[in-house]
Design a protein around this ligand. Structure first.
Ligand code: NAD
Ligand code: MG
Length: 381
């Protein structure tokens, strides 16, 4: 069980819920990082007394230094500050709740420093899965999934012999535009896309859920975490988000993990594994569930899912390209520079036009490809 944690991205949706869990179980918090939300970071620092905090830039760091001048908390900034938090000497576990591929280097640094990882930042595995999983194995550290589906699969697998898994059944809410056609989606607004039916999350992942890119990223994430190929991972729409995912074993027995849609359950499991402690999340009340519905995903309307599967099958740097293209496209959509359906087109074109012989990329290849993909797309807007 984790005792001392560094929380990267502590002011976000996963970050704040991680601190709920830490508060409830008296976990020591040794480092906190955030991009710009200095006010909340200061509040968190005063409550949890970490050794250090870090923010995105010098200006924000200067402000925070003044705000925390009556404490002995060290203030850092930029990428260097995040890396410091990731390798903070006194922490045993790093919770990576940063959004986007910005989480990759901190994950790698934490692994190299021998920290266990509670990983919410799925982009780490999508872009850099080969490197991260290899180094996790070499270092003998633990990487616990925080993403609810992957935590569910991890929970279902407890006690199953390693060769007993036949299929992963990754559930998906279907997002806010479930049942819509491409025609319906031509003119949807940012605000419409930001309304998730079941989960309250950061903006990027909420848009990813509405395009189903999130599920595509999660298929790739699952392939790294559980050593599965694309055809062993089935995606199933389950509108109510009560079953967080399932596994089918070789004898056709199916095991599912259920609970209210509250990320504090998977976050806590990643921090307290293998223990089961009381949770700040509510208990599931079956008398309130009138039905559970299941559908096949509509991959024609939500093509991001097929694009990610294609990238996974091609392997190497293709998932890195899909992820980078999506990060830029989502940002462009949030800034109202492109339309909703353009997101999938941008991601699809980036993967289709990418060509490389590199099968087993190193970290530099991944970072370079991520950068080049972004530059190429930005040139057009
Ligand atoms: P969020 O936007 O709410 O929070 C992101 C946090 O990271 C904030 O503290 C922000 O300050 C920081 N941050 C943002 N950009 C950064 C950068 N470039 N460098 C350093 N720090 C940066 O996001 P979230 O919804 O909490 O998601 C975080 C990660 O967890 C994502 O990878 C997401 O896919 C994954 N995830 C989230 C949920 C959820 O319920 N929110 C569920 C499953 C997985
Ligand atoms: Mg998820």
């Amino acid at each position: 069980m984790a005792a001392k944690i560094s929380v990267l991205g502590s002011t976000g949706s996963i970050g704040t819920q991680t601190l709920d869990v830490a508060r409830m179980h008296g976990l020591k918090v040794t480092a906190l990082t955030a991009n710009h939300n200095i006010e909340l970071l200061e509040k968190q620092a005063r409550e949890f007394h970490p050794i250090m905090v870090s923010v995105s830039d010098l200006g924000a760091a200067a402000q925070l230094k003044i705000a925390l001048s009556d404490t002995d908390i060290d203030v850092f900034c930029g990428e260097e500050g995040i890396i410091r938090a990731a390798v903070e000497e006194t922490s045993d576990t790093v919770v990576n709740a940063i959004v986007g591929v910005a989480g990759l280097l901190p994950t790698v640094a934490a692994v190299r420093a021998g920290k266990n990882i509670a990983l919410a930042n799925k982009e780490t595995l999508v872009a850099g899965g080969s490197i991260v999983m290899r180094e996790v194995k070499e270092k003998g550290i633990k990487l616990y999934p925080v993403d609810s589906e992957h935590s569910a699969i991890f929970q279902c697998l407890q006690g199953c012999p390693p060769d007993s898994l036949d299929k992963i059944i990754l559930t998906a809410s279907g997002g806010t535009f479930f049942g819509k056609t491409r025609k319906d989606l031509e003119n949807v607004s940012v605000n419409q896309a930001l309304k998730h039916p079941n989960w309250s999350m950061g903006a990027k992942i909420t848009i990813d859920s509405s395009t189903m890119m999130n599920k595509g990223l999660e298929v790739i994430e699952a392939s790294w975490l559980f050593g599965c190929s694309d055809d062993q991972i089935e995606v199933l729409i389950h509108r109510e988000s009560i079953i967080h995912s399932m596994i089918r074993l070789k004898d056709n027995a199916v095991i599912a993990q259920l609970g209210v849609p509250d990320m504090r359950i998977p976050i806590q499991y990643a921090l307290t594994y293998p223990n089961r402690l009381p949770s700040p999340a509510a208990a599931l009340d079956f008398s309130e569930i009138t039905s559970m519905s299941f559908y096949k995903p509509d991959t024609e309307t939500f093509s991001c899912l097929s694009i990610c599967r294609d990238a996974l099958r091609r392997g190497g740097l293709y998932p890195t390209v899909a992820n980078a293209a999506n990060e830029v496209a989502v940002e462009l959509f949030l800034n109202e520079k492109i339309r909703f359906l353009d997101i999938a087109d941008i991601v699809g074109n980036a993967v289709a036009s990418f060509d490389t012989d590199i099968k087993d990329p190193c970290l530099e290849d991944i970072l370079e490809t991520d950068k080049e993909t972004r530059l190429k797309i930005r040139q057009n807007f």
